[in-house]
Ligand binder design. Structure first.
Ligand SMILES: Nc1nc2c(c(=O)[nH]1)N[C@@H](CN(C=O)c1ccc(C(=O)N[C@@H](CCC(=O)O)C(=O)O)cc1)CN2
Length: 159
């Protein structure tokens, strides 16, 4: 983490969740430089991409006001539907990292996985939003595997 925070240093690993967010944004053609972001996505990694990031937490006053100024919103709260459509700036890019089980008797195991963002409201405001399941989750798992591969290469001095 120290190397991640320092200009010109290369960290051994970038935490997989924030690596996934950056990968998704870059591959989606979203410009990060100079953008306002909010969420819990390892600030140090975002600074490397020259974004300004606000972190919201349980005691943040008026979270909806702060998030509605962000060009990029990353939510990893663990509360279903906490981020509403009116929390978002029109055209915002929304990454929903929530993976919340909610009871659903129509599902085989009695629950389904839902995100932190109210998808039906957000889709009307955002330029793009990752669905749950099948959005950032698989990208995050890929980044975890990518870090694992890097680690193995290093251990066997392939790099
Ligand atoms: N209690 C919580 N813990 C964590 C959450 C959360 O919302 N509540 N978010 C994760 C974020 N994350 C990694 O950092 C992560 C999120 C989602 C997935 C994932 O594989 N999602 C799948 C669905 C999961 C399922 O079916 O069980 C998907 O979206 O398709 C992986 C990692 C951190 N901890």
């Amino acid at each position: 983490m120290g190397n991640l925070a320092m200009r010109g240093r290369k960290p051994l690993f970038i935490p997989f969740a924030s690596k996934a967010c950056i990968e998704l944004l870059l591959r989606s053609g979203v410009e990060i430089i100079g953008k306002e972001g909010c969420g819990n996505w390892e600030k140090q990694n975002c600074w490397r991409h020259h974004a300004t990031v606000s972190t919201l937490h349980a005691f943040t006053k008026n979270p909806e006001h702060i998030s509605s100024e962000a060009d990029i919103v990353v939510s990893d709260v663990g509360v279903p539907n906490i981020v509403r459509g009116d929390w978002l700036k029109p055209g915002a890019f929304v990454i929903d990292m929530g993976a919340n089980p909610v009871k659903d008797s129509s599902c085989r195991n009695g629950y389904r996985i839902t995100g932190d963002v109210c998808f039906e409201e957000a889709i009307k405001v955002a330029s793009a939003i990752t669905p749950v399941p099948g959005g950032i989750g698989p990208v995050a798992i890929s980044m975890l595997l990518s870090n694992t591969l890097d680690s193995a290469k290093r251990a066997f001095t392939f790099t």
